[in-house]
Design a protein around this ligand. Sequence first.
Ligand code: NDP
Length: 448
Amino acid sequence: MHSTIENLKREVFARNAGEPEFHQAVAEVLDSLGPVLERHPEYLEQDIVQRLCEPERQIIFRVPWVDSNGKININRGFRVEYNSALGPYKGGLRFHPSVNLSIVKFLGFEQIFKNALTGLPIGGGKGGSDFDPRGRSDRDIMAFCQSFMVELSRHIGEYTDVPAGDIGVGGREIGYLFGQYKRIQNRFEAGVLTGKGLSWGGSLVRPEATGYGTIFFAREMFRTRNESFEGKTVSVSGSGNVAIYAIEKAQQLGAKVVTASDSSGVVHDPDGIDLELLKQVKLTERARIREYADRRSSRVEFHETLSDLWRVPVDVALPCATENELDEASARALIENGVQVVAEGANMPCTADAATLLRESDSVLFGPAKAVNAGGVATSALEMQQNASRDSWSFEYTETRLDEIMVSVHDVCRKTAADYGSEGDYVLGANIAGFTKVVEAMIAQGVV
Ligand code: NDP
């Protein structure tokens, strides 16, 4: 079986040359599949792995727009509609200068399994642009979003493909995108995007969902050791949507969060992060994180080296910024300092070597992104349910639904890992559970 999987990987890598992030995501899933392919030889007969690795559709387009200085800008837009076996393509849009086809494909591929794990009827997709929103005026952001939507609008729809936010795309961007879609289509199609504002079809808890869900998942991991967040010290990286709400929920559960970061540096606050100040600096003012250190207290340390964050001794580490931000040396430092739980709030934040080290450590519980951060897309699916029934649920009800979904994702991962003789291996459990659900649906639907 090992050689079969190596051959499958080689085939996918050759077909998608020069896409390292995509290769990393594919390898992580395929390396888990040995036991399931042995149990289900029909999957190999159906060439299901090759079919799964090939996106159903990949769209790349020019995004021309004029900024407030009258300068013409050309960006590149992407939407990879990866797999629709379980429902309409669903996954976020990322605006960041690093965005390219490899990154969008890795994110889209991960999204297939993540969405399957939620148990909700959503397929997998992802998109974005190499547009850099940092330092741009509201007017520039709107001009870019409107041009981006002119092309994207041809490909999306509530039954086809339902984008949401990701890095660089929050409530403001979703607003501009939705407004332009509505204008082009002359339809108030609430279900076409998620992450909308509350008064025009958005769902309570959607902004908090990925961060809260990350903590609910980590809480369940702790529970398997009869432990909880109460009194624990936590490091979080990032200070965007996922990080901020992971900090909020960890604090609500009685933990002390001592770090946050952005792409310019890390703050270590031994007294515990002042969340109101962090929200003011990062969400309201969109300033650099150094501002937090300058305004908070003399005990706060600021480090320009991002990996310094993982040298802080903690019980729980939550990488919530971006891919490959936690390398092998950082994983080793965390283990040596006694970390008990590492849960990936961001997508693929651990390098392959770091993930292997953490997964194989007896003392650490390691939760992979596709399970841990599934709360965001799950609540997007709850937003779609509210849009379809023209309903609007309370915060408490929606948060309870999110919590139940995260408990169920956790339990499915654990049970599947145990069923395949790898108790406690969340990576194997998440990959096999997500894979099985999607390929069963693909096989039932024939060769399409
Ligand atoms: P945001 O744009 O809100 O925040 C991203 C944070 O990460 C910012 O603090 C940003 O710093 C930092 N960051 C971005 N790129 C880098 C980099 N190259 N190096 C260091 N720091 C970086 O994004 P989100 O919080 O929405 O997303 C964070 C992660 O979570 C991503 O991996 C995303 O794919 C994943 N995710 C998000 C979901 C969601 O619902 N939003 C759902 C599931 C996963 P700066 O301010 O300097 O740019």
